[in-house]
Design a protein around this ligand. Structure first.
Ligand SMILES: Nc1ncnc2c1ncn2[C@@H]1O[C@H](COP(=O)(O)OP(=O)(O)OP(=O)(O)O)[C@@H](O)[C@H]1O
Length: 454
């Protein structure tokens, strides 16, 4: 066998590399193309004579052949996006006398036409799948389940257990917790775990709907109920959720007069569209969420106590991220994987200093903030590993404090940043109120925001 190969070496090489349907490329130790077979030339639509002698990055999109030459490490079955398609690439360094002298790469598909057909077929199947998913979502409206909630800290597991226990009963549930802790994900999960999971899940963001439209959004209206109303009338969210779950997000922002009407619907189990005398029976389960203390609002007469009792049969508090540090690393890695896959940026890990900082940071925006920080770092990163330099400016100030200084000025600055952040959190981002709370003037407050990039 070996002697046959030795005797016919050139013919075999010619058959394997040149006549094959696979794409082959070879580069030298500088990443310069030394060989490109016919299949690859056709696929790339390049002229072989022009390609040979050029750096591989000028010829092949998203190539890593030059990197394999540098690292000397093979890369097998790596997904590579070329000419609008995902290909499977193998890259193998070539060693001679213990040194890397080049690399050989293959791209797996049989021929361009066949790959295109298969790719189109897969794309169609994916589109079809997405369509079915959408239809299913449109039918119920609940897109998430407990499986989508990442993290395995004791605190988060306790919440998940409570959710499982409370979901099956038909009781109203109030989800409390800071902004960005995942209350909406839990609301979807409650619906999915309930007997009502085949029925609609309808969300109302009480803070986003202008007060004068809230009633018609919730209860609907009859044809010609008011000027500007749709000719055929409109169904309200309570009716849409009939048989299913109505998720009242940010319920603390519900105006008092709408609160009275909601209470009536929950007591009577019927609604009246605006402009109608007729009542209609509705059967909805209420899940509400708030990041403000309803108890405090009741004391200030901004929330009705009777409605509070109705919606607060079971209360489940979602802990802030800083109180479940075990989840931070898992969530950060989960988002890094997702965002890298989605954007095609090859960023695979965090520097240890970044992970250490994440554990010290107090995450005022919770999981939402973590997701945003990872997303921005992936875009800013110039290597495969996210470093402290890729983090937003205000975080870099804190890492400096945490890791590099005992200097009094730096410590004072850190204290200022923390105080400003806390004030903004307490005032829901209202800068004037935050300045007042801190006892400083408006312009000095704005100066500090600029200084620290907050
Ligand atoms: N445990 C988790 N696993 C995965 N993603 C999460 C988790 N918790 C929150 N998220 C994500 O964080 C973001 C904010 O979550 P969500 O909207 O549910 O928070 P919220 O508590 O309802 O916030 P708000 O009070 O501001 O409405 C979303 O993108 C959500 O998908």
């Amino acid at each position: 066998m070996l002697s046959t190969i030795t005797r016919n070496k050139e013919a075999i090489i010619e058959t394997v590399f040149e006549k094959s349907h696979y794409c082959f490329v070879a580069v030298d130790e500088n990443g310069v193309v030394t060989f490109l077979n016919d299949s690859y030339c056709r696929f790339l639509e390049v002229d072989r004579e022009k390609a040979i002698g050029k750096h591989v990055t000028e010829i092949i999109e998203n190539t890593r052949m030059h990197i394999v030459v540098e690292t000397g490490e093979e890369e097998i079955a790596d997904l590579q996006y070329i000419r609008g398609n995902h290909m499977i690439a193998n890259r193998i360094p070539v060693f001679s006398g213990g040194k890397v002298v080049g690399a050989v790469g293959t791209v797996l598909y049989r021929d361009t036409k066949e790959w295109m057909q298969m790719n189109t077929h897969i794309k169609n199947l994916l589109l079809e799948l997405e369509n079915y998913r959408k239809q299913l979502r449109n039918q119920t409206g609940a897109n998430y389940s407990l499986h989508d909630i990442v993290g395995s800290s004791i605190r988060l597991n306790e919440v998940k257990e409570k959710i499982i226990k409370a979901s099956s009963g038909d009781v109203s549930i109030l989800l409390t917790g800071e902004s960005g802790t995942g209350k909406e994900l839990f609301a979807h999960s409650i619906h999915q775990l309930s007997e009502r999971h085949n029925q609609p899940f309808v969300k109302v963001n009480c803070a986003a709907i202008p007060e004068h439209l809230l009633e018609s959004e919730l209860f609907g209206y009859e044809a010609g109920a008011f000027t500007g109303a749709k000719k055929e009338g409109k169904m309200g969210k309570f009716e849409m959720a009939d048989g299913g779950t109505l998720f009242l997000d940010e319920i603390a922002d519900m105006p008092l007069n709408a609160q009275v009407k909601i209470l009536r619907v929950l007591q009577e189990r019927e609604i009246e569209r605006i402009g109608s005398e007729k009542t209609r029976k509705v059967d909805v389960r209420i899940v509400a969420a708030t990041n403000q203390s309803l108890e405090k609002l009741i004391e200030q007469d901004d929330f009705r106590q009777d409605l509070y009792y109705r919606i607060n049969v079971v209360q489940i508090a979602i802990p802030p991220l800083r109180e479940r540090p075990e989840d931070i690393r898992v969530l950060a890695k989960y988002y890094l994987r997702n965002i890298s896959n989605r954007t095609g940026n090859r960023v695979t890990d965090f520097e240890q200093e970044v992970l250490d900082f994440f554990l010290h940071y107090d995450w005022p925006g919770n999981v939402r903030e973590l997701e945003n920080v990872v997303e921005s770092a992936v875009h800013l990163s110039s290597s495969e590993v996210i470093t402290v330099d890729d983090l937003p400016d205000h975080m870099q100030v804190e890492t400096y404090y945490n890791y590099q200084t005992n200097d009094l000025k730096d410590i004072l600055e850190k204290a200022e940043i923390t105080a400003i952040r806390n004030a903004l959190r307490q005032t829901d981002g209202d800068k004037l109120k935050a300045a007042k709370l801190l006892g400083i003037g408006k312009s000095s407050f704005y100066d500090k925001l600029n200084k620290y990039g907050l």
